[in-house]
Write a protein that binds this ligand. Structure first.
Ligand code: SF4
Ligand code: SF4
Ligand code: SF4
Ligand code: FES
Length: 487
């Protein structure tokens, strides 16, 4: 047995155990990219670096042995700095969008490619549900949104942007009198939220808090909800569309109190007494209070919805005694604008992902033109998770020029995206252990090295019957299933 200290905590491990095992025994998590129990230490990434306090050296925890009397630090600034540098290097070479450009820009966070995939597969329910859960007012916004998403749609680099606004409008109109999305409501918490203002921000906040099981009461100084939107001409926004979507908020049990100007009577102080949290979703100024949150009734309607959703997330975390959600958006690697010589390859390959070629996309079916720019593993990708954990800003400029977009390869339902490969070697090791004839291996050396199936045997032969295992083990979306949908 070896006795050592991990972050000051004493642990005892069997002889031959690694620092990674010792850390786990001490309840300390260390990031790993190229390590798997079944493949052992490949030491190709060094993200697991920890500091030996007596020598000051950084050691790879997945390979270095735990030795009697060691004093190991897994969490100091030097370790974090090393991990950040490694992640930056990996991301400099990385060619991928964690989220599609359109979704990234949508202030309400609609997962646009996923909704379009539902439409394309004729899954009307699925499309309407996605639109409702993300946008809350998908039909109203379908009439009034200025569609910032369409300005960044990558399809626009080829011909014209996808008609995203019209797509979520069309997807949700047939379900206006439905209770779509309400089945996601959690059990009643017994807690209540007061919301000041029945504009889109206030109602979006009410919807989200009500879905979380809180009783919600919305106070509005006018005699109706969505008063500003009602000033728009009927041909721009038919009142029955807005009414139906407001009704869906009411159907969650949200109570509206009209002709009620919060200020002197009732005062914010009295609302704070009556409710467990209060969201101010109008331009009322107030003194900061732990139970008081703010949503902005923005000029851009979709921003107002986004602001209401954000305030609700803060309230939901506060009421659940959970840490406040980060004000930052999730980490997003992004490809940026495609070069003219990358255009065709990118489109053809992305369309193949969904089983169609770019050229045969049916022009009349708008969703079939989508290039599905989003990633297949946005949730489980370790590179993204660590980039977020170690505070890498996706906006910082690459130290090197972005490598070109490389064609996607496919083997039955498995896709290989070379731009997302971090060359960890896990798949190579799994294939080698399976004893496959062809297998896959790294070709060339240094920065130029890349995965290849020898003698042009093709990916299907290279991965053989361990393809699924390789997909599960791949730390990024370099290997993924064609139909993967993570949320
Ligand atoms: S593989 Fe990971 S880091 Fe790369 S685009 Fe996908 S989620 Fe983002
Ligand atoms: S092509 Fe599709 S996924 Fe790509 S940006 Fe446009 S709508 Fe979004
Ligand atoms: S494809 Fe995935 S598992 Fe294989 S080397 Fe690349 S990142 Fe690692
Ligand atoms: S070197 Fe340890 S996980 Fe990669």
């Amino acid at each position: 047995m070896a006795r050592l200290r991990i972050n000051g905590k004493e642990v005892q491990v069997a002889d031959g155990a690694t620092l990674l095992e010792a850390a786990r025994a001490a309840g300390v998590e260390i990031p790993t990219l190229c390590w798997l129990k079944e493949t052992g230490a490949l030491t190709s990434c060094m993200i697991c670096a920890v500091r030996d306090k007596s020598s000051g050296r950084l050691l790879p925890a997945c390979a270095a042995k735990a030795v009697e009397d060691m004093d190991i630090d897994t969490d100091c600034e030097k370790v974090h700095e090393a991990r950040r540098e490694i992640l930056q290097m990996l991301l400099d070479e990385h060619v991928g969008d964690c989220e599609a450009p359109c979704s990234r820009i949508c202030p309400a966070g609609l997962n646009i490619p996923r909704m379009l995939r539902h439409i394309e597969k004729d899954e009307a329910d699925g499309a309407a549900r996605r639109a409702k859960l993300d946008l809350i007012f998908p039909a109203t916004l379908g009439h009034v949104c200025t569609a910032p998403c369409e300005r960044v749609c990558r399809r626009g680099q080829y011909d014209t942007a996808i008609a995203i606004r019209q797509s979520h409008c069309d997807a949700s109109m047939p379900f206006l009198d439905n209770t779509i999305g309400q089945d996601t409501r959690r059990m009643a918490t017994g807690l209540s939220v007061g919301i000041v203002g029945a504009g889109l921000a206030g109602m979006a906040a009410a919807w989200e808090c009500a879905l979380n099981g809180h009783a919600c009461k919305v106070y509005e100084k006018r005699d109706c909800a969505g008063a500003k939107l009602r000033m728009l001409p009927q041909e721009q926004l038919p009142s029955e569309v807005l009414d139906a979507e407001i009704e869906s908020v009411r159907a969650l049990g949200v109570e509206f109190v009209f002709n009620c100007e919060v200020g002197s009577e009732p005062s914010i102080a009295s609302l704070l007494e009556e409710h467990d949290a209060v969201i101010v979703a109008c331009n009322l100024s107030f003194t900061a209070h732990a139970k008081l949150f703010n949503a902005k009734e923005e000029v851009l309607h979709v921003r107002a919805v986004g602001s209401g959703k954000k305030a609700a997330r803060e309230v939901n975390a506060f009421l659940a005694d959970a840490p406040a959600p980060s004000p930052e958006k999730s980490f997003n690697s992004n490809i940026g604008r495609l070069q003219p010589n990358e255009l065709e390859g990118y489109a053809v390959e992305r369309r193949k992902n969904v089983g169609q070629t770019f050229l045969s996309a049916v022009p009349s079916l708008e969703s079939a033109r989508c290039l599905h720019c989003d990633c297949t593993k946005p949730v489980t990708c370790k590179l993204r998770r660590y980039a977020e954990q170690y505070g890498l800003a996706p906006q910082i400029s690459r130290i090197m020029e972005r490598p070109p977009v490389a064609p996607i390869q496919a083997a039955q339902n498995v896709l290989f995206e070379p731009g997302k490969c971090i060359k960890c070697g896990i798949c190579v090791e799994i294939v080698r252990a399976s004893g496959l004839d062809a297998g896959i291996a790294f070709a060339r050396r240094g920065l130029d090295s890349h995965l290849r199936v020898p003698f042009g045997a093709g990916l299907a032969k290279g991965l053989g019957d361990v393809a699924e295992r390789c997909v599960q083990a791949c730390p990024t979306a370099a290997l993924s299933f064609r139909d993967a949908e993570e949320s």
